[in-house]
Design a protein around this ligand. Structure first.
Ligand SMILES: *Cc1c(COP(=O)(O)O)cnc(C)c1O
Length: 353
């Protein structure tokens, strides 16, 4: 039995177990800004991360809390050149003017990148949208030897699919707007770490700068968490099946998915990921073919986010990202697998040659 299954089951029942007769099982929204706090103030929230966790009103608020609480003028941070671009924009626009130095490197190259002089090594694996991997154990070791913190943006994998803290990362950040909430109806984020000093800084930033999530969003995400393990398992199973079929399809030029043996880092994926994720990169002939494919699918929404229960897809080059014109990032949802494949196959046939 996977010992993490106990944690996932505990998480599912955490808020509502041992109700007394007549008590409602489901969680209420308390419109309160103050809480009873007699005696010594203490206690920490653990979430599914198995580490102290702080929640935020968006993924970017979580990202910002780490960057702004940890970096000082003169410090250097290494960011992925092929990761979520707003993280780089935030650092360029707001940190660089205060004297924080930025370096970037591609995710697949971070293992060979010199890490001396860095305060933070920031990694997103698989990278998005290219789905390249970085070896978290190796990077953690090298970052620590250089005196740097390893921060992992685990948004695409969720704590079900990959557990960076167990692989040596110091901090995990996540946009829970995506898979963790999973219903595309709330912005949310979290930061988790076992490093008390880091968490003290993040907590101070959150409180003093006011990045506090609202009660309704928190309630929505808590509800999303109840089905996270179930949803993410279905999504990853669907993605694996779809990737294996897509790679055989004559209209498809290339398929990127960490669960395929053809992925250049498949062996690494096996050793550090619990699941291979719900994102697939599909390269079609050109921009037109990609657009016709997305439009032609009945069960795939044309949208820029990912990680929801509904499959969605987008041609990433429309944002100017360094991918082929016909590259589609496909976020696989919870549809029944056979139906989803037949829909995708039909849309591919209709793309034309
Ligand atoms: C979406 C996303 C974010 C930002 O999250 P928001 O909740 O939209 O603020 C950060 N990192 C990654 C990898 C993301 O995909």
């Amino acid at each position: 039995m996977d010992p993490l299954d106990t944690r996932f089951a505990d998480c599912l029942h955490y808020a509502t177990h041992r109700r007394r007769t007549g008590e409602p099982f489901e969680t209420a929204i308390f419109n309160t800004t103050i809480y009873a706090l007699p005696g010594e103030p203490q206690g920490a929230y653990q979430y599914v991360e198995d580490a102290e966790t702080l929640i935020f009103p968006s993924g970017m608020a979580a990202v910002a809390s780490v960057l702004y609480s940890q970096l000082r003028p003169g410090d250097q941070v290494l960011l992925p050149s092929d990761g979520y671009y707003t993280v780089r924009t935030a650092a360029e626009k707001f940190l660089a003017p205060f004297g924080v130095r930025l370096r970037t490197c591609p995710t697949a190259a971070v293992e060979r990148e010199p890490l001396d002089g860095l305060k933070i090594v920031w990694v997103e694996t698989p990278s998005n949208p290219g789905l390249d991997l970085a070896d978290l154990r190796a990077v953690a070791q090298r970052a620590h030897a250089a005196g740097a913190l390893l921060v992992v943006d685990n948004t695409t994998m969720t704590p079900i699919g990959q557990r960076p803290l167990e692989l040596g990362a110091d901090v995990v950040v996540s946009s829970d707007t995506k898979g963790v909430n999973g219903h595309s109806d709330a912005l949310f984020g979290h930061v988790a770490s076992r490093n008390a000093e880091v968490m003290a800084g993040v907590r101070d930033w959150r409180r003093i700068c006011g990045a506090i999530p609202g009660a309704f969003e928190t309630w929505l995400v808590q509800r999303g968490l109840d089905t996270l393990e179930l949803r993410f398992s279905r999504m990853c199973d669907n993605a694996q099946q779809l990737a294996e079929r897509l790679i055989q399809h004559p209209k498809v030029r290339a398929v990127r998915y960490p669960g395929l043996t053809s992925h250049p880092a498949h062996a690494l994926a096996r050793s550090q990921m619990r699941r291979f994720g719900a994102l697939i990169g599909i390269t079609l002939a050109d921009a037109g073919a990609a657009e016709r494919f997305i439009d032609g699918c009945r069960y795939v929404r044309s949208a820029t986010s990912f990680g929801g229960v509904h499959s969605s897809a987008e041609r990433r080059a429309r944002w100017g990202e360094a991918v082929a014109d016909g590259y589609v990032r496909f976020s696989v949802g919870c549809e029944p697998p056979g139906t989803l494949w037949r829909d995708v196959e039909r849309a591919l046939e209709a793309v034309g040659s």
